[in-house]
Write a protein that binds this ligand. Structure first.
Ligand code: WTA
Length: 649
């Protein structure tokens, strides 16, 4: 649900942080924000050195930033260990016996890890990885449920310098194969299965299937979660509990170069296969640490809960790394928000006295639909700060979140960022920034975000353009794995030396940035990025399909729904059975989240004379049922009439 420009009334009442919140917040006034922001832009070296000095470095940096666009080196020359900063650093203080993770399974089982216990488990698994031959720089693919072992595995990789690549558990066999072979992974960590709405979903079986098409994996570590019957291949598969039991709990964290790769995370682009976004160690660490500290205003007394999955960037930066770097206590939940019903989150907020809650607009819209009675039945008074991420939040959802969940007293941080940016880029600071429903407001420290027109000039206020970042920031991506040219072309070529975000945006009279949505052929379905090209190529991979076009249409809960149009090969029979088969085919090739909500078998697609599909017209058609946009470049205008008739049924 994109925020339409009409909705952006600049006169809309702003919500000011309460004096009580501001009184204890790290940043408590706009003057303080402006002053620090100025310093972060004018003297980034001084600003980021100060932030970095909160953390521990085994050897100091020789320079804070070396910038040769688009290549950045942050904290060059330093030696650092990410896991040591997340864990060992807290063991010499009272945080040692503080809960790091309060985990809850779908069935209500509870497991608690103090910082000391988490440290022991991470050391154990680090040693297990080393014992099985994993070396610094090796790529380890993780395909895991939301269980503590997922975080333990990420931290253990980081600890020994192995590069993790987490694949969301909802992705299919084909997606695993693509990612394994793109990053040439040699190790896999998975589990027998995962629970989703009470049902055991096979994970190891998917990995087995994937490993039939990719032979580079030496060892596969398997966590036992669902006790599902699985095949363990001799010499290749080992049980997590066996190898960790045999491993020592002692491990000294070695220092790695600040630019040592930390992880690769695949995300969809407008063309081709998903790209492996590469993040490195020192800068990403400082970026995730600082954003948690200032934007979530994390304190030792807080109980923080981010409802994302570790398979997405939010789970990396704001479940695994940022919160642990800050020594906070966090809740981690295994399953679905509606299991057994839509009161699950509110029950957990009450049970754990959650104080900071971070979720997605799509979830909020689903909660609204489920009714106020559910949250109203729980004591949510422990909450002091709310956050959202993933897509523009529609004002209705914002206001409901503020009133019904936040009791009218919690600031909301609407955080804009991306897999590529590594950390939050535009967001209110909760003790300082006046907020308005629907805007992510102001740039974080060090973020030089502007809105440019086609000619590279800054857009006047209240005029939309392309969002661009002009200066490097610590947690920025360092490349697309194995494809430096695609990295340059995708992000750095439109405006030479500037980072092109791919989102449209505009600023209001108060300098707030309103994100309008993706400008490229990327859909945002329930806050997840999906490339239209990726779904189209899945469809044409089916033997019945000659041509396919995918567009998004507004969807009440998911933000966008996936709509497909296909032209069949000459001899194929169109019918509902085939439609269902094609939808399933996409789910099999990519994952259930990419399955088209609607799929139309059509005789022709609207094309330009040069043969390009005019997605703009299809988009309008599925959103409004008609086409009023400019059709002068259409090769055959009659195609539109046929499509309108088809959609009317
Ligand atoms: C969108 C998710 C508006 C945006 C962290 C961006 C948002 C894409 C917001 C990145 C927000 C994310 N307001 N739009 N607060 N947060 N987006 O890589 O289009 O999965 O480019 O990272 O999500 O999605 P990604």
């Amino acid at each position: 649900m994109s925020t339409s420009t009409e909705q952006q009334s600049t006169e809309a009442a702003a919500f000011l942080p309460s004096p009580e919140f501001a009184a204890t917040a790290r940043i408590s006034s706009m003057e303080q924000y402006e002053e620090m922001y100025r310093e972060s832009i004018d003297s980034p070296d001084t600003f980021w050195a100060k932030e970095a000095n909160d953390l521990s470095w085994q050897e100091p940096w020789s320079s804070v930033l070396e910038w040769n666009a688009p290549d950045a080196k942050w904290f060059s020359g330093a030696k650092v260990n990410m896991a040591e900063n997340c864990l060992d650093r807290h063991l010499t203080s009272s945080r040692k016996n503080k809960a790091a993770i309060l985990w809850e399974g779908e069935f209500g089982e509870k497991r608690t890890f103090t910082y000391q216990q988490l440290h022991r488990e991470v050391c154990r698994f680090s040693n297990a990885l080393l014992n099985e031959g994993v070396q610094a720089g090796d790529r380890v693919l993780l395909y895991m449920p939301m269980i503590p072992e997922a975080v333990i595995a990420m931290l253990a990789c980081a600890r020994i310098g192995a590069v993790h690549s987490v694949v969301f558990g909802g992705f299919s066999v084909e997606s695993i194969v693509d990612r394994l072979s793109d990053c040439q992974a040699t190790y896999v960590v998975t589990s027998d299965g995962s629970y989703r709405r009470g049902k055991a979903i096979p994970l190891k079986a998917n990995v087995d299937e994937a490993l039939k098409s990719y032979s580079g994996v030496k060892k596969c570590f398997v966590v036992q979660r669902t006790n599902t019957d699985i095949e363990m291949i001799d010499g290749r598969d080992v049980w997590w509990h066996d190898v960790t039991e045999a491993a020592s709990v002692h491990h000294t964290a070695p220092g790695f170069d600040s630019e040592h790769p930390l992880f690769i995370l695949y995300t969809s682009g407008s063309t081709g296969k998903p790209k492996g976004v590469l993040h490195t160690t020192g800068g990403y660490m400082v970026g995730t640490y600082s954003t948690c500290k200032y934007i979530f205003d994390m304190n030792d007394e807080d109980v923080y809960w981010c409802t994302a999955d570790v398979g997405w960037i939010t789970g990396h930066s704001y479940i695994c790394y940022g919160p642990l770097l800050n020594g906070v206590t966090q809740v981690m939940y295994e399953g679905a928000p509606n299991y057994p019903d839509f009161s699950r989150f509110w029950k957990m907020v009450e049970d754990y006295s959650v104080s900071i809650f971070y979720t997605a607009p799509t979830a909020i819209r689903a909660f609204i639909k489920a009714g106020d009675d559910l949250p109203n039945a729980y004591d949510l008074s422990s909450l002091r700060l709310l956050g959202t991420v993933g897509e523009p939040i529609n004002p209705e959802a914002w206001l409901w979140y503020h009133k019904v969940i936040g009791g009218g007293k919690c600031p909301i941080v609407d955080t804009w960022w991306q897999t590529e940016t590594g950390a939050i880029m535009i967001s209110p600071l909760p003790g300082a920034t006046p907020t308005k429903p629907g805007t992510a407001t102001r740039p974080f420290f060090g973020v030089d975000a502007v809105i440019l027109d086609e000619n590279g000039n800054e857009c006047p206020l209240n005029t939309s353009g392309k969002l661009v970042v002009r200066k490097p920031w610590p947690s920025m991506l360092r490349g697309i794995y194995g494809d430096p040219q695609r990295f340059k072309d995708t992000y750095w070529s439109e405006y030479e030396g500037y980072y092109s975000v791919g989102d449209g945006a505009q600023k209001d009279d108060d300098k707030n940035t309103w994100i309008i949505g993706r400008l490229d052929d990327v859909l945002n379905v329930s806050g997840h990025r999906l490339g239209t090209a990726e779904i189209e190529s899945a469809l044409v991979a089916h033997s019945a399909v000659a041509e396919a076009a995918i567009v998004g249409r507004p969807h009440e809960i998911k933000g966008q729904a996936v709509v497909g149009f296909v032209i069949l090969k000459g001899d194929q029979e169109a019918g509902d059975e085939l439609v269902q088969e094609l939808r399933k085919h996409v789910a099999n090739l990519i994952g259930a989240l990419a399955r088209p909500d609607d799929l139309y078998i059509v005789a022709a697609l609207p094309k330009t004379r040069s043969g390009k599909i005019m997605r703009r017209l299809l988009k309008e058609l599925v959103a409004t049922g008609k086409v009023t946009g400019n059709t002068t470049t259409l090769e055959d205008p009659k195609v539109i009439d046929d499509l309108v008739a088809k959609l009317q049924g």
